[in-house]
Design a binder for this molecule. Structure first.
Ligand SMILES: Nc1ncnc2c1ncn2[C@@H]1O[C@H](COP(=O)(O)OP(=O)(O)OP(=O)(O)O)[C@@H](O)[C@H]1O
Ligand SMILES: [Mg+2]
Length: 232
């Protein structure tokens, strides 16, 4: 479903992504691990088309999307739950959710699908509250629900556990597991929280200074080779 070949990116003179390759199939969860500043968010922004790439190719469902605009990628079925959530603080929960639906033409006026409230019941109770009034964990749930309302085939999570209290981390883990078990989506999960990623991933890659330094299946994930690149 997603195939990334030899991606390179620069911020000015800084070579931020160095020949990154990865692949991800429908129904799989790929964990992208690495410490602060190794290039995880940069990679997701390149895959979302928010940042241009200097070289390499990105294929989605066998279509070359390397030069496709972000809104075209969203419409094609790629959703992004950004680091720090980036919900609209002054809009209500309902309006934030409708932003996710607006990706598909003609959809913005229809009813919000009830299944997102089954996943995140708290959002139903808070529909008319402003996004900015929600706790960090609730905002993260809102950001995930907003992404799901675009009906993605491929979803990127950028450190969904960052700054979130343990009880809500459990809720988020349950939802990502459910999405994975449904089998109709591919999931790319950026994390520094190893146990969370380990609980969900079918396979992993580790980035260090913009380079893939380790990769493998779930069974190899708990090895010293991986932990060495995560410990501070
Ligand atoms: N807009 C930018 N301009 C210049 N350099 C940047 C910019 N954004 C990030 N960087 C640098 O690029 C490198 C990779 O950053 P990136 O945000 O992708 O890392 P990350 O793995 O997501 O880190 P974190 O875990 O802290 O979110 C870092 O050295 C960072 O300082
Ligand atoms: Mg980041």
């Amino acid at each position: 479903m997603l195939s990334v070949k030899q991606l390179n990116q620069y911020y000015g003179a800084a070579h931020t992504l160095r020949g990154v390759s990865l692949s991800l199939e429908k129904g799989q969860c790929l964990a992208l691990l690495g410490r602060n500043g190794v290039g995880k968010t940069t990679l997701l922004k390149c895959l979302m088309g928010v940042l241009p790439v200097a070289g390499g190719e990105v294929y989605f469902d066998d279509v070359d999307i390397t030069r496709m605009k972000p809104h075209e990628r969203a419409r094609a079925g790629i959703a992004y739950v950004p680091q720090g959530r980036e919900i609209f603080a002054r809009l209500t929960v309902e309006e934030n959710l409708r932003m996710g639906m607006a990706v598909k033409p003609g959809r913005h006026a229809s009813a919000i699908r009830q299944d997102v409230f089954a996943l995140f019941p708290v959002l139903k109770d808070m529909l008319h509250r402003r996004g900015g009034d929600l706790s960090g964990g609730q905002q993260q749930q809102l950001a995930i629900a907003r992404a799901l309302l675009a009906d993605p085939k491929l979803i990127f999570f950028d450190e969904p556990t960052e700054g979130i209290q343990p009880s809500i981390i459990k809720d988020i883990e349950r939802v990502i597991r459910l999405l994975r078990e449904r089998g109709d989506m591919a999931i790319l999960l950026c994390e520094q929280y190893f146990d969370f990623a380990h609980a969900l991933a079918d396979k992993f890659i580790v980035l260090s200074r913009g380079e893939v330094v380790a990769a493998g299946a779930h069974a190899q994930m708990a090895g010293d080779d991986v932990k060495r690149h995560l410990a501070v």
